[in-house]
Design a protein around this ligand. Structure first.
Ligand code: ACO
Ligand code: LMR
Length: 264
C-alpha cells in the first residue's frame, strides 16, 4: 500500500502541482475565462470558497475605497519618509504598513468583535458604549481625526449605500449606526469611521450570505481576517507614494525644528 511520509507543512488554499495552479480548487483558466475579479480571488484564497457577486463586489469596493487617503496619514507619512531616505520599494512599503494597527486602519477586526458581541448579547448602544468606557477601551470603528458629525466620511456612506441596496440584511451595520448616533451625542468627532463600517458590514456579509456556518463566522472573527482588507488596500497607495517620491527625486526628509516642542 501507499506509505505516507510525514509532512512538515499543511496547506489548504492553493495548489501549484498540476498543469495549472488552482486557488481553492479553481484552476487559473476558469478564473480568467469566467472573468473573476480580485474580490473572487480574495474569496478563494482567504475564505476558501466562491462568494456571490454582491459579496465579491463589496470586497472590491472596500479595497478601492481604502487604497489611499492622502500623504498626511500615518502610513503614507512613514512610506514617504522612508522613500526619501533612499530606501527601496519593499522597505518603503513595509515602513508604512507597520503603522496599521488599533488606531490607524487596523481596528476592523476589533470593531467586528465588539459590535458582534454587543449585538448578539442584546446590549443597547448606551449599555455597550458605557460598558466600554468603564473598561477604559475606546470603541473600535468610532472616531476620526478630521471627520465630524457634520463632515461625514464619504467612504462610510458609500459602503453603507451599497450594502443597503445589495445585502439581504444589514443588522450589524444598523447597530453600529445606532452606536454612532449615541457617541455623536458625546462628541462631534465620534463618527463611524471606515474601519467601523467595514467591520460591521462584513459581519452582515458573513451572516447574511448563507455561505458560512456559525462556527466559521466565529473563527473568522476570532482569528481576525478583516484588517487584511485594509493592509491589502493601503498597500496600493503606499506603493504609489513610493513611486511618487522617487519620481519627484525628493531629498532626505528632516523634520523642521520649529515643529518640535523642545522641553525638559
Ligand atoms: N471611543 C470612545 N471615546 C473616544 C473614541 C472612541 N473610539 N475615540 C476618541 N474618543 C474620545 C477620547 O477618549 C477623547 O476623550 P478625552 O479627551 O476625554 O480622553 C476624545 O474622544 C478625543 O480623543 P482624541 O484622542 O483627541 O481623538 P483622536 O482624534 O486622537 O483619535 C482615533 C482618533 C485614534 C481614530 C480615535 O478615535 C480612536 O482611537 N478610535 C478607535 C480606533 C479606530 O477606530 N481607529 C480607526 C480609525 S479609521 C482609520 O484609521 C482608517
Ligand atoms: C485613512 O484612511 O487613512 C484615514 O481614515 C485616517 C485619516 O486620518 O485620515
Amino acid at each position: 500500500g501507499k506509505v505516507r511520509a510525514p509532512t512538515h507543512i499543511i496547506s489548504t488554499i492553493s495548489d501549484d502541482r498540476g498543469e495549472e495552479p488552482c486557488y481553492a480548487g479553481v484552476p487559473m483558466s476558469s478564473i480568467v475565462e469566467q472573468g473573476y475579479g480580485v474580490g473572487d480571488v480574495i474569496s478563494l484564497l482567504w475564505f476558501k470558497r466562491s462568494l456571490p457577486r454582491y459579496c465579491t463586489k463589496f470586497i472590491e469596493i472596500c479595497i478601492m475605497l481604502c487604497a489611499d487617503h492622502g500623504p498626511c496619514v500615518s502610513g503614507a507619512h512613514n512610506t514617504i519618509v522612508t522613500a526619501r531616505a533612499g530606501k527601496d520599494l519593499v522597505s518603503s512599503l513595509v515602513s508604512g504598513l507597520l503603522t496599521i494597527g488599533p488606531r490607524f486602519g487596523g481596528a476592523i477586526d476589533d470593531a467586528a468583535r465588539y459590535f458582534k458581541d454587543a449585538y448578539d448579547r442584546g446590549l443597547t448602544p448606551y449599555e455597550f458604549v458605557e460598558s466600554m468606557k468603564k473598561k477604559g477601551i475606546r470603541v473600535p470603528g468610532i472616531g476620526h481625526r478630521i471627520k465630524r458629525g457634520d463632515n461625514r466620511d464619504k467612504r462610510v456612506e458609500l459602503l453603507q449605500e451599497f450594502a443597503r441596496t445589495n445585502f439581504p440584511s444589514v443588522k450589524y451595520m444598523e447597530y453600529a449606526v445606532q452606536v454612532e448616533t449615541y457617541t455623536l451625542t458625546k462628541a462631534n468627532n465620534l463618527v463611524m469611521n471606515v474601519d467601523g463600517a467595514i467591520g460591521s458590514l462584513f459581519l452582515d456579509l458573513l451572516a447574511g450570505s448563507g455561505m458560512f456556518t456559525k462556527p466559521e463566522i466565529d473563527e473568522i472573527v476570532e482569528i481576525g481576517y478583516l484588517n487584511g482588507l485594509f493592509v491589502l488596500a493601503r498597500s496600493i497607495g503606499l506603493i504609489g507614494h513610493t513611486f511618487d517620491q522617487k519620481r519627484l527625486k525628493q531629498p532626505l526628509y528632516r523634520h523642521p525644528w520649529e515643529d518640535v516642542l523642545y522641553t525638559k
